[in-house]
Design a protein around this ligand. Structure first.
Ligand code: ADP
Length: 423
């Protein structure tokens, strides 16, 4: 009996021990499962909890995998950032479109080109925002071998060159480039060719007309008439020669001509020379005066400076009616030197002044032609002055006269004693 009781007691104890063991194992699993669940709620990159036994192995394995995934994610994020930075730094606009042509990403240049805002427009269909029919047609047309030139819809806006590059699964990259400056240059080039052709055609027509008249009436004309016609034809051919000379000068100045030689140009001699030329051109029709008391020396190209100063003097003579006064002078102070030509001639209306240095810009075309002008003089002056870091200033009142002055910076002037004068 006692043996049976001992047997039952032993089995109960074993059962209890097994129960306690089971409970402990369950508790162990529950606790670690709970810790695992808690961990999944932590931010990515949080280390896994430590544990003993099987869970320890599970945690260690998961920890290794999680670290690998985390590193990979970091590397991908860094690559994406670098890629975005590169796209952001591009001088062109870059925009990515998803399959439905909704904007996925764009750089700052694309925002500027199309007037978009990434904080508002990401996710919107691009054609809802860029509605120009040419763009919509190009995007939907699917023929992207050639780029599209998209003119601005408002004055002074940008002209864009747009290129779509399809990639992936129906995605598109839209590249945009601002070609406004190129367009402006192209317009300028076309205007220039038209102007040159017009300027040359006019005297050529006159010369041709005289020659025809002389041929048709050969024998009928008095020698004096023939002389007159020939003189007029010569005048026109001189005009063409002047124009071509001015064009060549301008193109030499514009197209990579070497920087002005650092010659030492004696201002007094230079100004006296151009003054003498102005006197000869005026041939007594104007009262000329010279204000000059300097031993200054300019650093630059003697030929170019002479051409610029002579141009301003010749304009004063040509645009001042007979009997008018013209003053030519030079002065200097600590800031630099100034050459000026003042006249009491026809003057210039304020609206024309900013445009005077444009090629072929004339206030009065007829008067310019009559006096042998080509419309290129001040354009040449402007180029020469820019190459000498000098500035042209014009003050003028219609009917009262003008003052054209050239200001040279201090750096272009030399201490006279140190300079061995050229002239
Ligand atoms: P142009 O060969 O016609 O004189 P410029 O380039 O030298 O060409 O000058 C451009 C225009 O500026 C002239 O056509 C003229 O209308 C105006 N201009 C230049 N100098 C004077 C001046 N001293 N007085 C009045 N108008 C002037």
């Amino acid at each position: 009996m006692a043996g049976l009781a001992a047997l039952v007691g032993g089995s109960l104890a074993a059962l209890l021990a097994a129960l306690v063991g089971l409970l402990a194992a369950g508790w162990y699993h529950l606790v670690n499962l709970y810790r695992l669940v808690q961990w999944t709620r932590e931010p990515v990159g949080t280390p896994l909890p430590r544990a003993a036994g099987t869970w320890g192995k599970v945690f260690a394995d998961m920890s290794r995998r999680s670290r690998l995934a985390y590193d990979m994610r970091e590397r991908l994020a860094a690559t994406l950032d670098r890629f975005r930075d590169a796209s952001q730094a591009m001088p062109d606009g870059v925009m990515y479109l998803a399959e439905s042509d909704t904007i996925e990403w764009m750089n700052l240049k694309a925002e500027q080109h199309f007037g978009l805002d990434h904080t508002r427009d990401i996710g919107a269909p691009v054609t809802n925002l860029v509605r120009q029919p040419a763009f919509v047609q190009y995007l939907h047309g699917g023929h992207y071998e050639e780029s599209l030139v998209l003119p601005s819809t408002r004055p002074g806006g940008l002209t864009l060159q747009v290129q779509v590059i399809p990639f992936g699964d129906g995605q598109k990259m839209v590249l945009s480039r601002d070609i406004s400056q190129l367009e402006r240059l192209e317009t300028m080039r076309q205007d220039f060719v038209a102007n040159v052709s017009h300027e040359l055609r006019t005297p050529l027509t006159v010369v041709g007309g005289f020659l025809e008249t002389l041929i048709d009436g050969a024998g009928d004309f008095e020698p004096d008439d023939v002389q007159r016609y020939l003189r007029l034809a010569l005048e026109q051919s001189n005009r063409m020669r002047h124009l071509i000379e001015d064009l060549l000068t301008l193109s030499a100045l514009e197209t990579g001509a070497p920087a002005p030689a650092e010659e030492r140009v004696g201002v007094a001699t230079l100004v006296r020379d151009v003054y003498a030329e102005a006197e000869a051109l005026s041939s007594g029709r104007h009262q000329l005066s010279l204000v000059l008391d300097t031993d200054a020396v300019l650093l630059g190209s003697h030929k170019e400076l002479r051409s610029a100063f002579a141009n301003l003097c010749s304009n004063a003579v040509r645009y001042t009616p007979d009997g008018g006064r013209i003053e030519v002078g030079w002065r200097q102070d600590d800031a630099g030197g100034e050459f000026w030509v003042r006249d009491d001639g026809i003057g210039i209306d304020a609206q024309h002044i900013p445009r005077l240095t444009e090629r072929f810009y004339r206030v009065d075309r007829g008067r310019s032609r009559e006096t042998g002008g080509t419309g290129l003089g001040l354009a040449i002056v402007k180029h020469i002055l820019t190459r000498h870091q000098a500035e042209l200033h014009v003050v003028s009142t219609p009917g009262a006269g003008s003052r054209f002055s050239v200001r040279f910076p201090r750096a272009r002037l030399m201490q006279p004693k140190a300079a061995a004068l050229r002239s």
